[in-house]
Structure formats: structure tokens, C-alpha cells
Design a protein around this ligand. Sequence first.
Ligand code: GLY
Ligand code: MN
Ligand code: MN
Length: 431
Amino acid sequence: MNTYQKRRDELVSSLPKNSLVLIASADEIIRNNDAMFSFRQNSDLLYLSAFNEPESIALFDTDNKKFHLFCRDKDPLREQWDGKRLGYKGASNIGADEGHDIKEFDSKFLELIKNKERIYLQKDNIHLSTKIDALVDQAKKEFGRTNYSFPEEFFSISPILHEMRLFKDEDEISIMKKACSISAQAHIRAMKSVKPGMFEYELEAEYVHEFMKNGARDCAYTPIVGSGNNSCILHYNQNDRKMENGDLVLVDAGCEYQGYASDITRTFPVNGKFSPEQKLIYEIVLEAHKNCIEMLKPGISWMDVHRQSIETITEGLIEINLLSGSLEENIEKENYSKFYMHRVGHWLGLDVHDVGGYGSEGDWRLMEPGMVTTIEPGIYIKEGLEGVPEEFHKIGVRIEDDVLITDDGYEILSSEVPVDVESIEKLASSD
Ligand code: GLY
Ligand code: MN
Ligand code: MN
């Protein structure tokens, strides 16, 4: 049985009878006038089928376990302009039991909901839920005097489907390893090419080149290439500054490979040599990164990993006199948050900030085999930061790797790219 079929079976079998599940495709999005952004399929649909077209809905019937695909019909004229379509008559090619023209959705749906009790929809698809709501009302009116019953309750499929997506199967892990490997090579390429006078976007081009050349046509998110003070802006992506001698550059860039994200950050000196202050900060972040990764194993609370990052960073900042007072006091008063203001990581998968719950106070999620998380502590000292000597200004450091939780510990998926000061200086100072 193929992977998609296995996932569809698992999902449908976990739901009550008399239910329909609807998963909609992503929309095409206009970039300007009539030019579109490149199409990216909805991640839930990508998880359940290899179908990669807009204007479609996958519908699963839990009574007979049928997979209905509603999609566009073939259209020679549109295909001449926009490329091939599967066409609803070809639905069996992607494992659907029945294919229907998306234009027939309303009438077909009015038939399919007869005697159903529940409808499951994706959490954020307001457009589809409004439409389904109206169709159910219409069905009740049209068939009001018959013996059919109609769904009274709508549910979100997201918690169930996203819990499945949180645990990566073997196919996903091997794709994610490849994504990380491509991104790691891109970071190495960038470190080798960086030099003062280059623009941030020139460095970005090194990443995009390496991604594409290796079959990863898209970035998993817009690359962050922040040099100098820009290294302190967490999601900076203008990437248009000329890098200067003495700057650090923080690059958070990862490719998307076969739908799966990688998410790697490295911070390196533009001229190939960390200044003493840059090195001090880098070593604290590296220590936090190492401590957090080393504690990863099944049963560890996600929040304990975050607390570890806070503790190591706070301790380091006290040691170099950027914070004063005791460790406990600085943690209690959250004084570290002036330097470290984000969480230590997030789930990674089809989405870069992947789905799956983290728990909440008193009930934080525990790590389990098959989860993939990023570990990405950082320290950001922007220009003019109060109470910090000037020689530490404009230093932003984040170190981010992608880590799989295994049966007895962890595996770093992005370990091909060096992280220690010496190896980074060696790469960044090479011609
Ligand atoms: N690349 C975005 C993040 O690290 O969360
Ligand atoms: Mn991340
Ligand atoms: Mn990142």
C-alpha cells in the first residue's frame, strides 16, 4: 500500500461512521495584475495525496471509505497557457475512488451528505465552511419532507490530522534528511563565498542557486540574510545591505524539498574572523544550542528544553557582565528577554512552523520518537541597546539545526554544516 493510501486509511478509520471529511486545495494567489505567485499546495492535502492542483477538494466518506476528488476538468486551451491538468477522469491516477468536475461540487455534495451526521473541515478554511454551511441548509430545505437526515454538527479535522502530521514516517524522514543536506551544502557554499563589499542579496543568491541545482525549487520561507545591525531583526528579509568588514551575517535559510521544509541558521563573520565580542556571544549561543540538543530524547518536556536555553544564555550573559545579579533573579525577572526574545524551536515538516500542539502551562508536550523540532537559541544586541557597551552592539547570533527525536535520543538532520568557531572561520576566510 502506498504511503498516501496508508495515511488516508489511518485518518478515515479513526473517525466515526456517517462522516464526511473535506480537505481543500490552496488557492492561486495573484502577485501583480495577472501574474501569479508560484503555486504551493495546501500541506494537509499534500500529506494525503500527490495531487498538486488548485481549485480542488478531496472528500472522504467514512461509511464506504471512498476518496472523492473534485478537481478541474481538462481544458486544452488553458493547458496550452498554464500547463497540464490531471482532469477529474484521471482521478484514479492519484488513488481517488471517484473523480468529479469541481463545477459539480454543489449538486454532488447535496447527494453525499444524505444521512451523514458529521462534517469535518480544516480549521482555517472560512470560505469552505461558509459554503458548506449554506449547502447543508439548502439540503435540509430541498429534502425537508423526505426521510433523509443531514449533518447537524461541524468539526475541525485539524487536531486529528495535525497530530498525525507531527509524527514523521520513514518516507518523510528520508525526504527531510535530503532537504537538510541540500540546505547544509548551501550554507557551506555561502560561507565560502562571503566577503566584505558583497550585498546581502548576493549571499542569498548562493543559497537559491544551491537549492535549485539540487532539485529544491523553492525556499521553505523567505531567506533571512541580516548583516551588521540587521542580524538583530528576527525575521529580516529585505536583504539589500552592503556587508562591511567586521560585520557578522546571520543567515536563516532552508530549502523546501518535495514539499518538506528545512530550517537552518548559521551566523558567520563577513571577513572570516570573529571579533572578540562576536566570539563571546557566539560561544554562549553555541553552548545553549549544544545543551538543548543533548537533552533531547523521548519523555523530555518541550518546555524544559526552552528553559535550558534560557538558563545557559542567562548564565553566559552574567559571566560576560551584560547582566548583573544572580541567575535565579535574572530568570525570575525575565531580564534575558532583552537579548533572547523567542522560543527555542518549533515543529518542522510540510510547514516550516509545522502543525502539532506544544501543550500549555502544567501540561507541556513531551518529546516522542518521530517528531522533528528545530533548536534555535539566539542572542540579539541591536545598535543602542541600553546598558550594553558599544563594542557588543550590532551583534545578532542565532544557531539553528533540525533534529529528529529517535527511540533513545536524537539525530541532527542538518549536521553537515559546521557550527564551531574554528570550522566556520576556516570556511568564511577561504577564497
Ligand atoms: N526560519 C524561521 C524560523 O526559524 O522560525
Ligand atoms: Mn526555525
Ligand atoms: Mn529559521
